[in-house]
Design a protein around this ligand. Sequence first.
Ligand SMILES: Cc1ncc(COP(=O)(O)O)c(C=O)c1O
Length: 413
Amino acid sequence: MTTLWKERYSQRTQRMSRSVIRELLKLTTQPDVISFAGGLPAPELFPTEKCQEAACRVLQEHGAAALQYGPTEGFEPLRRFICDQMAEIGVKADPANIIITNGSQQALDLVGKILINPGDHILVEEPTYLGALQAWNAYQAEYVPVPCDDDGLRTDLLEAALRAGPKFMYVLPNFQNPGGTTLRLERRHELVRLSERYGVPIVEDDPYGALRYEGEHLSPLAALDAALHASAGLNGQGFVAGNVIYLGTLSKTLAPGLRLGWVLAPIEVVDRLVMAKQGADLHTGSFAQMVAYEVVRDGSLSEHIELIRRVYRERRDVMLAALEHYFPEGCSWTHPEGGLFLWARVPEWIDTSALLKDAVERRVAFVPGFAFYSDPSRGHNTMRLNFSNARPAEIEEGIRRLGDLLKKTIAKH
Ligand SMILES: Cc1ncc(COP(=O)(O)O)c(C=O)c1O
């Protein structure tokens, strides 16, 4: 008898769905579509030649190790490099506090695997990164959404939400995806204090922290939290206490195709993540880790990040100016201090999912905002716009097309 597959799938698959963005990306790969939809870095900035040289050197000098199985925790020199990077933003850790993952997307999945029981509530920003919702839906999570404003998560609303007993809080303090907002320093302190008071840990997702275009660097939650637990200091074996699980990635500063991210957390959490990762994929590819280390070991990453910042700052400014010029009255948008995205709001009665169909006909695309809500009946009049991937002239033209479409839609109404 042929298998009836539908009857065989686990309960957890019922909450799984394809990422709206990944599906959209398929639509928008036609060369004449100007896409503000993905979260793609500018490909022309990838250090392709450096990677090529590094790959050759790795194979010549350490070929066997690069092609062999490696430790689940990750390639030790890369973990040490990440420790040094983290120290620069005020987070002190030992390599023992770090596990390398296949991008921070895998880190989100592993965090779900070790923390979420079916029905557990996760406190999330509203809107939030849809990849996290996608990862945690598979663990049958429920959500407690807390709204954001222009200064990030509304910490004044947190206590009520914390009383609902969430398993952890998921926060993107820097240039949030999708909102583009930055969590103000006082709110960071407040968040860390509340986490300690209620004993509810924080998962801090920070893929964009290095990509700041204006304003001062603000301490990560992991650094503020470490100050609270200073007595659990470093002894070469890694710190043992703390409320924050920090997620980082090389996707936006080096290249997403390498699939290299990391988790920085208290030792016992790293230990659990190692067990979870062993079941998932044994370890992150040795070759990719060694090539990445070979690329960054000479200290040139900061120069490369400087270049990315210059290019993206210009693109952000072009998009902001174009929005000002072409978008009709009744629309508003955020002014991101860094990162890859801004968030636009159109008149309440416009449904951006319906608008997207007309937009794609005009060869321009964005992500409808509902995708970033744990309750997808919300956010229907919002959209996320990416400004890192298109060139300035395309950004201007794409926003002109979108602005035209909005004006026509409003006129018809
Ligand atoms: C907030 C956030 N977290 C995690 C990821 C996953 O990144 P990666 O798996 O490439 O490190 C992304 C990617 O865009 C993101 O925006």
